[in-house]
Design a protein around this ligand. Structure first.
Ligand SMILES: [Zn+2]
Ligand SMILES: [Zn+2]
Length: 382
């Protein structure tokens, strides 16, 4: 076997390793409820390369050392590239109440330990899951940050469409939902509101009622979910005096942590929770250009902005907490087309943030995915 063949074999082994976790593109295969779950990934690369048939190698001794060095270096590179994916975070929706076609309402999918956990249910979340080929019914648990409608208006869709006996849905177990005070009552009312749909589909299509049953819980601060090594903790954030409780969430798995801010003003609590975290997904709100041009016509925007975190404040928080990566989602940017004021661009949001923070930062877009491994956090290229 020559060097080229050896390199080809190693490349082949790498290919074997990477084929199990396709990080290069959005899934194009059929819906797979369980086979591709994060945390149920195969053994690391070094186990796989031993299992790869290598054939016999006969080379001259001096060359052998070089070959081995090369092979080792390549193996190390491949191994580094194949660090086990422990958590995956997907932005299902990065928008606000604004019904713009380029941003779904706020929603985030966190995968770890073979579980799929979903946080908030803004408009379009089921469409995002469909594009990812993740069956709605395969979500193991659902979490609400607070009771603003932009975080909930997609919930009936998640709940009811997820019940249909189809490849993209197919829930057969009760819909598990954790959220602030009022969550259980809301689900009881939703259950009543859709009683005719439930009757029709059960009688006509014969879906099991277990899949449209619900298990909803009003939560308090602290650990709210613990399963298969994954812990979800709720913590209070500051979304204004009338919007209580409002929670952020921290998801811990195998020494790694993802923190979701929820909707909030600058919060020392988030700063604490995100210190040392791998990934912080934080909301942001700002106006492009001169705020007076927007705020004079729509004074309520002033109240809205006062309930959120502006980029300079968010940057201060990132600088204090130093997560491995900070990502903006729930991007609020009031516009005023009549006065020629558009929403702020990602470049403007970054420029404002750079006044107070110089670390890793991404302005989120719908369907962006992030992978957490022992080597750090990286954006999965779509
Ligand atoms: Zn809100
Ligand atoms: Zn919101």
């Amino acid at each position: 076997m020559n060097i080229i063949t050896l390199v080809a074999r190693i490349a082949e082994a790498c290919q074997l390793g990477s084929s199990r976790t396709d990080r290069s593109a959005l899934p194009t295969q059929a819906f797979e409820p369980g086979a591709t779950r994060v945390g149920h990934l195969p053994a690391r690369f070094d186990h796989q390369i031993r299992a790869t048939p290598a054939g016999s190698i006969r080379v001259h001794k001096p060359v052998c050392a070089k070959l081995l060095g090369l092979a080792t270096a390549l193996a190390l590179i491949c191994s580094a590239a194949q660090a086990e994916e422990l958590m995956r975070v997907t932005l299902l929706g990065t928008g606000s109440p604004r019904p713009a076609p380029d941003r779904n309402g706020p929603s985030t999918l966190v995968e770890a330990g073979g579980l799929r956990l979903m946080f908030d249910f803004g408009r379009g979340n089921t469409v995002a899951l469909f594009r990812l080929k993740v069956p709605i019914g395969s979500i193991d648990a659902h979490f609400l940050t607070h009771m603003h409608s932009d975080h909930i208006n997609g919930l009936p869709d998640t709940y009811l469409t997820g019940w249909l006996g189809t490849p993209y849905a197919n829930r057969t177990k009760p819909f598990r939902l954790f959220g602030p005070k009022g969550t259980q009552a809301m689900m009881e009312n939703l259950y009543a509101a859709f009683s005719e749909d439930r009757r029709i589909r059960q009688e006509d299509e014969g879906y099991p009622l277990s899949g449209v049953a619900f298990d909803a819980k009003d939560i308090e601060e602290g650990t709210v979910f613990e399963q298969d090594g994954v812990r979800v903790s709720a913590f209070p954030v500051d979304h204004g005096e009338h919007i209580k409780p409002a929670f952020g969430y921290r998801i811990d798995y195998r020494g790694h942590a993802v923190v979701l801010s929820g909707d909030t003003r600058y919060s020392k609590r988030i700063e604490k929770e995100a210190t040392g975290a791998d990934l912080l997904v934080h909301e942001v709100a700002t106006v492009s250009g001169n705020p007076d041009k927007v705020l004079a016509d729509f004074p309520n925007y002033r109240t809205i902005l006062a309930h959120h975190t502006n980029p300079v404040e968010a940057g201060r928080l990132f600088a204090a907490a130093r997560p491995k990566l900070a990502v903006y989602s729930h991007i609020v940017s009031p516009d005023n087309p009549a006065k020629g004021v558009p929403s702020a661009t990602p470049a403007e949001i970054v420029a404002q943030t750079r006044q107070s923070y110089d670390g890793p930062l991404v302005v989120g877009e719908d369907l962006m995915r992030f992978s957490v491994t022992d080597d750090g956090v990286e954006q999965i290229k779509n």
